[in-house]
Design a protein around this ligand. Structure first.
Ligand code: 3HC
Ligand code: NAI
Length: 698
């Protein structure tokens, strides 16, 4: 018997307790143990079997680390069939999260009981696959087709109350899973309850599966797994037998298992967890964090304050004067109203957050006791320095002084204080109470426990925190600046902004780069271009000025109703702004450029090559520690499609030699912009991938 499953006999009941921390994933040893346990229970004359998990959860699913490796028997679908076929009464007692293969084992049991806090779900589509151990065949039989389609295509987790209502579980009871499971199994034996195999239940009635498939495919914005899962549920209704439905599920499961999307999504799953685990932070205690201050309550300051309040921190917000403070308070209240409307907080919590946890201030003395200050004033070095000099005077020793700057040099900001070791960049994304990404920007002299506190804050605010080094734009904005420039070059050469947006949304981005600029405000890019020109651009760099002309005309994008697109009242209906093409054509004529046709495929390759090349430089220079840090930055801050894993995972999948060859070809026309990243050249020369670097670093 494997150690992963402990066998115990309690009267007529054989108890199989899973012991595979942390989440009782159904790896080989667990599957072997369950199979052996069922066989032993039958051989020893038990009348019932209880399956439960020790530790924090029932089985949270198949062992994802086994995916992509040769499968080893017993396979999960066969194990589920074996459990279901047992002549004994099989009961599962659920706690924690019964997910994926875990719920499939539970559905193969004849009865299911759960503690009130248990959650169940079939989240496989988020990993690019579908439930592959009977979930698509058994769930519709117990919960009906509509509920099964909802749960399987959304992958959402549901609580025990909803699971009970849907018939996914039979009973909810307070207590330890072992105790409630034993009592329930005994009760079933005493009452002579029959063995109840879901696979033997009649097939559910079919719905219009083609219509559901089309709807789900569209909603997936390029992600295949939810739509393919619809076809598997269809087989539950339409296949000749349960076994035939299982066969169809397996075919579709294997089809998805072999996709690049599966690789991308699983990379995202593990990277999301690895990204904030830095070896240098092991054992480092973060500084205490109870009360924080935010300087500047504009778009970002108000969003950061909202996020902190929602995480239970006390916030003092400092603005320039009473009017600005009142406006900032209004913004925060507006954000919290949104949380109230969505049921995330109650009316009492709203009152407590706005009246007690939040303090508005205009005097720096109010900041003397806070543990951390996040500056979010205008993006101007002189203004920032003035703020940090004042903070240096008033803040208590050990208080952390952070800047939310997008591009400015955090070392220079730190140097204007007497305590550079306490200074760090905490770069949030707009809207800061919604966007998941936080770049923790570590300056040359930042103390290690200040870094640890940055990550601790990110965790408390439920952000994905990524470590970044200091450079112009850190990880995300630096890479953005490069691929955005590649897009501008393509526009000068003949593509339209609208074609580029269309090609990149078809690739899977939530929005195209020009629509994003309209959303962020065209004045931001304008200011950056002006700054770069003032600093002196390399004469070989291609510059373009058509977007400046849009700004000069007072068109800053969504906020003025017009930018690359013209917006309706609701901001949703947008149509291309015809003036844009006129400005572009004028600039092409002025520069003597004869426009040429671009295919969508060429646009994607060039745009992605620029992104990957800059990302490789960012990793090569140590601004990002690992390729996965870049991948998570683009995924959580820049709308990169999760099913492609991130730009560097995508690069591995399409092949680094091909990408490097593209870059070298582009360099024949513009060898200033297209300078291959040394790291990319090195990896190609050594026949290695970015993921090899991730593995070496873990
Ligand atoms: N396989 C392997 N490792 C897993 C795992 C799994 N199914 N689920 C979680 N882990 C690992 C995590 O990688 C993490 O490892 P680390 O400590 O080395 O980083 C550790 O377990 C703890 O996980 P979390 O940090 O995510 O812990 P939380 O408490 O925050 O969340 C959870 C727990 C809700 C179970 C979450 O881990 C989760 O959602 N897991 C994935 C569940 C899932 O997708 N199951 C379906 C799998 S596919 C399947 O079953 C196919 C079948 O149909 C054939
Ligand atoms: P904003 O213009 O909306 O807000 C700035 C606020 O700071 C204003 O309310 C202003 O009254 C206040 N302020 C200015 N000087 C001050 C001072 N000396 N003391 C106190 N308050 C002062 O600007 P936004 O967009 O919120 O940006 C703030 C910072 O965040 C900038 O550094 C910006 O680069 C950065 N950032 C902006 C993002 C965005 O998408 N808008 C994203 C990430 C970072």
């Amino acid at each position: 018997m494997s150690d992963a499953i402990n066998y115990e006999r309690v009267g007529d009941i054989a108890v199989l307790a899973a012991n595979n921390p942390p989440v009782n994933a159904l790896g080989l040893a667990v599957r072997q143990g369950l199979q052996a346990g069922i066989e032993r229970a039958e051989a020893e004359g038990a009348k019932a079997v209880l399956i439960y998990g020790t530790g924090r959860t029932y089985f949270a699913g198949a062992d994802i680390r086994e995916f992509g490796k040769p499968p080893r028997a017993p396979w999960l679908p066969d194990l589920c069939a074996r459990i279901e076929a047992s002549p004994l009464l099989v009961v599962s007692a659920l706690h924690g999260t019964a997910l994926g293969g875990g719920l499939e084992v539970a559905l193969s049991s004849h009865y299911r009981i759960a503690v009130p806090s248990a959650k169940v779900g079939l989240p496989e589509v988020h990993l690019g696959i579908l439930p592959g151990a009977g979930g698509t065949q058994r769930l519709p039989r117990v919960a009906g087709v509509e509920a099964a389609l909802d749960l399987i295509t959304s992958g959402r987790h549901i609580g025990s109350a909803e699971a009970l209502k849907l018939g996914v579980i039979d009973k909810v009871e307070e207590g330890e899973p072992r105790e409630i499971g034993l009592a329930y199994a005994q009760e079933l034996l005493d009452s002579g309850a029959p063995r109840r195999a879901v696979g033997e239940m009649p097939a559910p009635a079919a719905v219009d599966f083609d219509a559901v498939y089309d709807k789900v495919l569209k909603k997936g914005r390029g992600q295949l797994s939810p739509a393919v899962a619809v076809r598997a549920v269809q087989a539950a209704c339409e296949a000749e037998s349960f076994e035939a439905g299982m066969k169809r599920e397996r075919e579709l499961f294997m089809e998805l298992m072999n996709t690049d999307q599966r690789q991308g999504l699983i990379h995202a799953f593990f990277s999301e967890r690895a990204v904030s685990k830095l070896p240098e932070l092991k054992g480092i205690e973060p500084r205490p964090l109870e009360a924080i201050a935010v300087i500047g309550g504009g778009t970002m300051g108000a969003g950061i304050a909202t996020a902190a309040l929602l995480a239970g921190l006390n916030v003092t917000l400092l603005e320039m004067n009473d009017d600005a403070a009142a406006a900032a308070k209004g913004r925060i209240e507006g954000n919290l109203q949104g949380a109230l409307k969505r049921g995330k907080i109650s009316a009492e919590q709203f009152d407590a957050l706005t009246n007690q946890a939040l303090t508005m201030a205009t005097d720096y003395e109010a900041l003397s006791e806070v543990d951390l200050v996040i500056e979010a004033v205008f993006e101007d070095m002189e203004v920032k320095k003035q703020v940090f000099k004042k903070l240096d005077i008033v803040c208590k020793p050990g208080a952390i002084l952070a800047s939310n700057t997008s591009y400015l040099d955090v070392n220079e900001i730190a140097a204007c204080t007497s305590r550079p070791e306490d200074v760090i960049g905490l770069h949030f994304f707009s809207p800061a109470h919604v966007m998941k990404l936080l770049e923790v920007v570590v300056a040359d002299r930042t103390a290690i426990d200040v870094v640890a506190t940055g990550f601790d804050l990110g965790k408390r605010l439920r952000k994905i925190s990524v470590r970044a080094g200091v450079c112009d734009g850190f990880i995300g904005n630096r890479i953005l600046a490069t691929y955005r420039t590649a897009a501008d070059h393509m526009v000068l050469d003949g593509a339209s902004p609208f074609q580029i947006d269309k090609a990149m949304t078809a690739f899977g981005f939530a929005m195209g780069p020009f629509a994003v600029s309209d959303l962020a405000g065209l004045d931001i890019g304008w200011a950056v271009r002006k700054r770069k020109r003032a600093e002196g651009m390399d004469p070989r760099a291609r510059d373009s000025s058509y977007a400046d002309k849009l700004c000069e005309g007072g068109n800053f994008g969504q906020k003025t109703g017009k930018g690359y697109y013209v917006y309706g009242e609701d901001k949703r209906s947008a149509s291309p702004n015809p003036e844009v093409m006129e400005l572009i054509e004028a600039e092409r004529a002025e520069k003597g450029i004869t426009p040429r046709e671009f295919s969508d495929e060429e646009i994607v390759r060039k745009y992605m090559a620029a992104m990957v090349n800059e990302a490789a430089k960012v990793v090569g220079e140590g601004i990002a520690r690992r390729p996965l840090d870049v991948d998570m930055t683009l995924l959580f801050g820049y709308g990169f499609p999760r099913y492609n894993g991130g730009p560097l995972k995508w690069a591995d999948i399409v092949g680094l030699p091909d990408l490097l060859a593209d870059i070298k070809r582009y360099a024949e026309e513009d060898d200033y912009f297209w300078q291959p990243a040394p790291l990319l050249e090195q990896l190609v020369a050594e026949g290695r991938t970015f993921d090899d670097l991730n593995k070496e670093a873990s």
